[in-house]
Ligand binder design. Sequence first.
Ligand SMILES: [Zn+2]
Length: 283
Amino acid sequence: MVAKRRPVNKKTVKHRGKGKILFYLCLILLIALVVYLNRGTLHSLLWPKETIAGQSNDDAEPGGPDETVDAPDIKEPKEEDDDEEEADEVPEPDEYLILVNKDISLPADYKPEDLTVPNVRFSFAGPHERQQLRVAAATALEELFAAAEAEGYYLYAVSGFRSYQLQESVYNRHVSTKGREYADKISARPGHSEHQTGLAMDISCQKVGFDLVERFAETEEGKWVAENAHLYGFIIRYPKGAEDITGYNYEPWHLRYVGKEAARYIYENGLVLEEYLEQKSRE
Ligand SMILES: [Zn+2]
């Protein structure tokens, strides 16, 4: 009996041992599967808006996105010519008329000191870095949204401040998955996003699903914004037809704070910020 039982017991022990290994293997596989299936969720946690919109860069659609750079090479800070280098650097980063575009970049360590979260509706739940704006822009945005609401238009803030580091991760991720050429088309290089100034906010409305799309311009909300933003110190930074100058496609959702005086002048004269600053520098 004993002799018979022993092999049975051994077998059972062995079997249990194998069972355990199998169990843990299955567990690991299951965890791997869950992680794999949820990678979109994890991704959206890391890159909130981007995944929601299915686009790059916190902003809009391919081909027309916020930080779209379908233009020639972005100049790195020049070294060959001292005068030009100075001209290419942002003179006073604290000015509201700060100019950032494909050619002119902000230093990696530039981060406004007076960032705050405006008291407006957002298209997403915070807290998040991109809710922030500089104080003057935040106050102006609150006034703009309140004025819109008084007329029955409900605007939503989608994407404001973006640090150099966040832009860098976004850009590098596109480079590693799709190559530099493609990355440059759909994403601004780090330092070249106007969102790093803390003076830009992308806005949207319910009718376009809170997305950053050209259709926003055709909504009542979008039309109201185009006609009234300047009264609060904002301009539509990338208007239709100015692609050659701004380097960006039409972005009716991208508001840039420049202060009331500049905004009114730019609006009334149909200029873009580059043209306005050039005129100003000649005065
Ligand atoms: Zn934008």
